[in-house]
Structures are given as C-alpha cells and as structure tokens.
Ligand binder design. Structure first.
Ligand SMILES: [Zn+2]
Length: 249
C-alpha cells in the first residue's frame, strides 16, 4: 500500500506520458490508446511475409500463396546466413518515437511490454531456440549510451521464456560508424568482420540454435554479419528476432 501511495504521489510530480503523443497517462504502459491503435503489428497485416526475413509484401494476399515457399527478391538474390527473421512492428512514423525513446531516451521500462510483442511475433523461432544473444554495442558506444537496448530486450525475453541469455558471447571487434545514411551495399561493407565470438564464451554457442535479438532490422546487414560470425564459431543455426523492422509497404 505504501509502495502504491508512493507511486501515485510520484506520478503527480512526474506524470507518466505517452512515448508517442506525449499526453499524460494514468499508468506506466507508455502508450495512449491513440498511439496503440496507430502501431502496425506485422502479425495483423493482411498480406504475406517472406519466409526467410519476415519482410511483409504489399501486393500478395495470404490466400494466394503457399507460406512455406515464398521468399522476397532480396533473400532469393542474396540468401542470408540466418535461417529466419521476425519482428513485431513496422518501423514507421508511429513506432519511431517509441523505439527512439527506448534506445536513446532511457525509457527502459518498456522492455517488458516489447518482449511480450516479440514473443508473439517470434513464437516459431523461440520454440527452436537454445540461447538468446543480443547484438552487441562497441564498448565505447556502450559507455556513451550507458545501456545496450538489445541486451535489455534479450534479458526481458529471457525472463519471460526461461531461455538463457548470453550477453558476452558476441562482441564488436571494431567500432563501426552509424549506418543510418548508408546504402545496403555500404552497410554490408561497414559491418564486415565487425564481430567476434569471445574466447571465454564459445561454449555458449557451440552446437546451439541461437536467436539473435535486436531493436530494429533495417537492411539486415548487421544481423547477417552476426549470424555469419556465430555459424563460423560453431553455432548450429541462427535466427533473428527484432522489435521492429523497416519495410517498404
Ligand atoms: Zn526476405
């Protein structure tokens, strides 16, 4: 009761606000009903998705295809090292403030909610997963940001699924410039050889089915390079689960 009274008093001084619209909320859900309704959950979309990278197609209806045999042009032209990828949300104008608030704005209390969305989007992947591995930040960026948003998501997912989380198995071998402005080809070049498996944590991944965790899937070049590194070090398979993904729909 004391705890609840304290929380209520605290909320009067520093009220919870919607991370998207900024309006005051009565609880710590982080989202107003309007913001909720504007998010695009990939599972709710009508169209088909690529069986490999999970990218939604805008023009193919679910009824018109065999879900087990369809891949996007990008996956057919350059088959990725990862087996399968899934994401909960489309990264767009409505989800961007939510994700940037989590990534750069210390809104880390959202990780539990995000983990529930990711569990739903990645149910098939998680069924076959032995260990969760977050995409690492270079130590210099980690010091600057103070936390790795992907590691927070992996921890929250680990708690809800009881899957082990290996935060130290994969590390950045070198710092890479941010990729926001780069083309897909330059992104691939930018992350080449950027990761390595830590000597002391090889057993975490040897012979294991890994699920890589990241916040946003853009071109897929980062997770693809992580997958290549993990497979080279003896992982049995690597799949990818993200909170959101960029999609041209
Ligand atoms: Zn694809």
């Amino acid at each position: 009761m004391i705890h609840n009274s304290f929380k209520a008093a605290f909320n009067l001084i520093l009220p919870y606000r919607c991370l998207v619209t900024g309006e005051i909320l009565s609880d710590s859900s982080g989202l107003s009903p309007q913001a909720w309704s504007e998010l695009t959950f990939i599972a709710n979309k009508q169209g088909a998705v690529c069986r490999t990278c999970g990218c939604p197609f805008s023009v193919i209806e679910k009824a018109d295809y065999d879900e087990t045999h369809i891949s996007c042009v990008s996956c057919m032209d350059n088959p990725p090292h990862f087996k399968k990828a899934a994401a909960a949300l489309i990264y767009n104008d409505h989800s961007r403030p939510l994700i940037l608030g989590f990534k750069h704005g210390d809104k880390i209390f959202m990780s539990g909610t995000f983990a529930i969305w990711m569990m739903s989007a990645g149910a098939e992947i998680l069924k076959e997963t032995d260990v969760l591995v977050p995409v690492p930040l270079h130590w210099r960026r980690l010091i600057k940001r103070r936390y790795n948003q992907s590691a927070l998501l992996a921890d929250a997912l680990g708690k809800k699924t009881n899957l082990p989380v290996s935060k130290l198995a994969l590390k950045r071998a070198r710092a890479t410039p941010t990729q926001g402005h780069l083309s897909a080809k330059d992104r691939r070049k930018n992350v080449k050889q950027a990761f390595t498996v830590s000597k002391g944590h090889k057993q975490d991944i040897l012979g294991k089915n890994i699920c890589l965790i990241d916040d946003v899937l853009t071109s897929g070049s980062t997770v693809n390079e992580c997958a290549r590194t993990l497979l080279d070090a003896g992982a049995k398979s690597v799949s990818v689960l993200c909170l959101a993904r960029v999609a041209d729909i």
